[in-house]
Design a protein around this ligand. Sequence first.
Ligand code: IPM
Ligand code: MN
Length: 362
Amino acid sequence: MKIAILPGDGIGTEIVAEAVKVLKVLDLPFEMETAPVGGAAYEAAGHPLPDSTLALAKAADAVLFGAVGDWKYDTLERRLRPEQAILGLRKELGLFANFRPAICYPELTHASSLKPELVAGLDILIIRELTGDIYFGQPRGRRTAVDGHFPGSEEAFDTMRYSRPEIERIAHVAFQAARKRNRKVTSVDKANVLETFQFWKDVVTEVHAQYPDVELEHMYVDNAAMQLVKAPKKFDVVVTGNMFGDILSDEAAMLTGSIGMLPSASLNAANQGLYEPSHGSAPDIAGKGIANPLATILSAAMMLKFSLNQPEAAARIEAAVQSVLSQGLRTADIYSEGTRKVSTREMGDAVVAALTGATMTK
Ligand code: IPM
Ligand code: MN
């Protein structure tokens, strides 16, 4: 089994190092190969997604990804910016199904900005379509307006679009995921305004006919944003398009106390996957050794489960993470009085210790 390790920028290198450490103590037959991506790759090779990095990712069974981006690249032309690396990987590998769980660990209930009773026991799954929508629709660009409110002036435009097969396949993913959970899917759209999302709603409804055992509800995205902070536990699986999913998954992440805890998986039709923390590169804290590595470590667990067929190893990692939280160890983002503040590396070491301890008593 081959894992491509793409640490990227900012805190990416620090947190991926801890996840690699955890993977190594599992003593499984992996081959890991590291390559630059994002701003780091731009510096090294003049492009955020060099051909060699893309080839490594394509050849691997799974990709463990850190984060990309730094404000210092904001003035580069778009095709050279770090974000193009992750967008390029999603597109080139066909990673259309993005799983973003939002789970509130009992130890962290008080770290949420919402009242504890609203989030205690929260366990929802956002499934974001990842290779379509306005993110990838063509045409896009700048031009002189020929109509609209200000004809003759400069304007910019993007294209929101979804094809039937794109909606069908993500709907199947959502209904199948719901079958393994609480059998409820909320499909989020903006069918009251957008043709693309009326079509989305129609196609999801059609696919639902094959899943009579799963409850389907439709919700407009503005209402979904509100319901997520009003009564988040009413959701089970949320399925939505690329852009709405981007926004709602950040919102859902924050319900859990810290985005530093949340892993994600992006899968293609062959179950090849890219695994990354839900958070970004946090250049403001990069190099300080204070970032939370748990989202990346939990992403490695998702990788073991979804792409590498090692569900037991995945469960061991999840139990080890649970154990360090119960021991009261906290990185700065989840720290509260009465717990012990640890560095990125100490957190990784603690997970390793919990894992090897578990192995010995087995
Ligand atoms: C995410 C990020 C990316 C996105 C950026 C970095 C391109 O925000 O993974 O959610 O918008 O998809
Ligand atoms: Mn995002």
